[in-house]
Design a protein around this ligand. Structure first.
Ligand SMILES: Nc1ncnc2c1ncn2[C@@H]1O[C@H](COP(=O)(O)OP(=O)(O)OP(=O)(O)O)[C@@H](O)[C@H]1O
Ligand SMILES: [Mg+2]
Length: 148
């Protein structure tokens, strides 16, 4: 396991709960001379059966580009002011199933640690962990820092 602290991966679904974890990601990165990779996963569309595919509004290529641009800007806006210029921050917008993409990026970008919140946008608050957080904790190959 890579013990050198280089990249802190911080996924957010842009919910309030999710954003609470971001300052921890930056603080960790600053203390260890690491960079932060802020990640948003655009949820994959359900794969409709060809029988009723025409009922689904599939976004046009232009709409997809617009979603990506907005998400990138939203990620950049979450870089805390106090760390701008002192901690290197990259952003990544990807498409797919959130936990799978977070895990895939953590390997691809050699994340030293993933900083994730227990809950996000859609979850039942009485559950210990949301489903994305649970799968990330279960399957990550690097340590996971979970923020309640
Ligand atoms: N689409 C996403 N892109 C990036 N990070 C995400 C995404 N969805 C969830 N996460 C990360 O996982 C954390 C926990 O969210 P999770 O989705 O597990 O909980 P939830 O939305 O409350 O419950 P559930 O999705 O299971 O109904 C979020 O705070 C965020 O850090
Ligand atoms: Mg969720």
């Amino acid at each position: 396991m890579e013990l050198d602290f280089k990249t802190v991966l911080a996924p957010t679904d842009f919910s309030e709960a999710s954003d609470k974890a971001i300052p921890f990601a930056f603080r960790l990165a600053k203390d260890h001379g690491a960079a932060v990779l802020l990640v948003h996963v655009v949820d994959a569309l359900p794969m409709p059966s060809p029988l009723y595919a025409h009922y689904y509004a599939v976004p046009s290529p232009e709409q997809i580009v617009a979603i990506e641009k907005q998400s990138e800007e939203a990620l950049r806006s979450r870089i805390p002011a106090e760390y701008r210029g002192t901690v290197r921050a990259d952003v990544a917008v990807v498409h797919g199933e959130a936990s799978q993409e977070i895990l895939r990026l953590s390997v691809e970008r050699h994340a030293s640690v993933i900083v994730i919140a227990t809950h996000g946008r859609t979850g039942l608050k009485h559950l210990l962990l949301g489903s994305v957080a649970e799968k990330v904790v279960r399957h990550a190959t690097c340590p996971v820092f979970v923020v309640r």
